[in-house]
Every structure is written in structure tokens, then in C-alpha cells.
Write a protein that binds this ligand. Structure first.
Ligand SMILES: O=C(O)C(=O)C[C@]1(C(=O)O)C=C[C@@H](O)C=C1
Length: 127
């Protein structure tokens, strides 16, 4: 996985941005900022993980387009959802949320696959 780098958006990010400044005791704010530090790390990891997942699905999209395969694979999705729900249960994450999240990602992947397939066709690759 590529390493997060300090680009413009991460350099200008203010980890202490809050609508609560002056509204609560400094002690409370300090604890909040400390927890938010972890949240920011998790969010960065999520973004980089998702980027790696999309790089892999991009390869699937090209493979499917080259071999004229349909963008979606409903049986694969059923198996993925069942597995993710079970993992979520083990991890004390709401399985409904895990399923919705996977479906959200997969629908974006299918959109990308469709786009790759369309460009493949318009480039005459299937002629
Ligand atoms: O594995 C595939 O066939 C994919 O296209 C990837 C993926 C996914 O994002 O995991 C996306 C669409 C399919 O319906 C199933 C799975």
C-alpha cells in the first residue's frame, strides 16, 4: 500500500478545528482532540485502503471488458455480503451497516466497470 504523504490538504488540515472552542472546558476539549487524533488516523487508513481496493477492482474491470464479461457478479456479491456480515458480527460492528457499506462500494465499482466496458467498446477493442 502506498504511504500517506504530506500534501497540501494534509498540511492545511487543522486537527483542532471545532465549533466547540470556548463552549466547553479546556480539559474536555483536550480529551476530545486526543480521541479525534485516533479518528483522523483511522480515516486516513480508510482512504488509503479504499484506494488500494479500487486499484484491484480497476484490474477486474479491464479483465471483464477484455473478455466481454458482465460488470456485476450477483453470486459473488451474495457470498461477500454473507462473509462481511459474519466478520462484522465478530468485530462488534453492525452487520446492517457493513452490508450497506459494501453495497455502496460495489455499486461504485460496477459504475467504473461499466465505464471501462463502454470505453473499451468505443475504442473498437471488441471489433
Ligand atoms: O469480483 C468481481 O467480479 C468484481 O467485479 C468486484 C466486485 C467488488 O467490488 O468486490 C464488484 C462487482 C461484482 O458484482 C462483484 C465484486
Amino acid at each position: 500500500m502506498s504511504e500517506p504523504n504530506l500534501n497540501e490538504s494534509t498540511q492545511t488540515f487543522d486537527p483542532h478545528a471545532s465549533s466547540l472552542q470556548g463552549e466547553v472546558q479546556q480539559e474536555v476539549l483536550d480529551e476530545l482532540f486526543s480521541i479525534r487524533g485516533s479518528i483522523d488516523n483511522f480515516d486516513a487508513q480508510l482512504v488509503y485502503l479504499l484506494a488500494e481496493r479500487f486499484k484491484a477492482t480497476q484490474r477486474v474491470g479491464h479483465l471483464k471488458a477484455t473478455h466481454q464479461l458482465p460488470p456485476s457478479d450477483p453470486n459473488r456479491e451474495k457470498a461477500q455480503i454473507e462473509r462481511l456480515r459474519s466478520l462484522a458480527h465478530e468485530a462488534h460492528l453492525d452487520p446492517e451497516f457493513a452490508e450497506k457499506f459494501l453495497n455502496f462500494i460495489i455499486s461504485e465499482v460496477i459504475r467504473h466497470h461499466q465505464h471501462i466496458s463502454d470505453s473499451h467498446k468505443s475504442n473498437g477493442a471488441d471489433a
